[in-house]
Write a protein that binds this ligand. Structure first.
Ligand code: NAG
Ligand code: NAG
Ligand code: NAG
Ligand code: NAG
Length: 149
């Protein structure tokens, strides 16, 4: 399947987090993709790193182990990011400083607005809260000085 067709089909027809996760993990794809999936209950979030045939190295929220968020930039989560484009470390630093107690749409927006998480190539920021059916998008600019990529 094309990634966009699979996404559409899951959004239209999956009736639970578990079903969405299975479909996004196991349906054969034409090309690799990242899916970042959030459910509407506590503990429901995962990063699905797809090859054409499988979910490689799934990463699931695990609050008991201290993993209260999952974070994905443009690189496989178990590998070092490209040194020229490490937005994972600064974003994790922001998340860690924010703390689980203070996480909200507003504080996540702050994380995504922090340079170099935000850079000149950032075209938009979208925030979604599935339990409230909330989705907000913002067209972004990154005032200089700002990383070009
Ligand atoms: C959702 O399921 C219905 C009923 O099986 C089907 O007709 C429809 O094509 C599905 N939607 C997508 C996008 O696959
Ligand atoms: C953030 O916290 C996690 C979990 O404690 C830790 O593994 C990670 O190294 C921290 N990262 C940064 C950049 O502070
Ligand atoms: C968390 O939020 C409280 C109340 O809004 C604030 O006083 C506190 O400084 C925040 N903590 C952090 C780590 O941002
Ligand atoms: C969470 O999603 C399930 C499946 O769609 C739904 O049945 C349930 O009402 C939702 N719960 C909340 C709190 O939104």
């Amino acid at each position: 399947m094309w990634m966009s067709f699979l996404t559409r089909s899951v959004l239209e027809n999956a009736t639970s987090y578990a079903e969405a996760k299975t479909l996004l993990s196991d349906t054969k794809l034409l090309a690799p993709a990242y899916f970042i999936l959030g459910g509407n209950r506590s503990g429901e979030a995962s990063i699905i790193t797809r090859s054409r045939t499988q979910n490689l190295n799934p990463l699931e929220l695990d609050v008991k182990q201290g993993r209260w968020y999952v974070l994905e930039t443009n690189y496989d989560h178990w590998k070092m990011p490209l040194f020229l484009d490490d937005r994972r470390t600064p974003a994790m630093k922001c998340m860690n400083q924010t703390t689980q107690a203070n996480i909200s749409i507003k504080t996540i927006y702050d994380v995504l607005s922090t340079k170099p998480v935000l850079n000149k190539l950032t075209t938009y920021t979208t925030l979604m809260q599935v339990s409230q059916g909330k989705l907000e998008s913002f067209i972004r600019a990154c005032p200089s000085p700002c990383m070009p990529w």
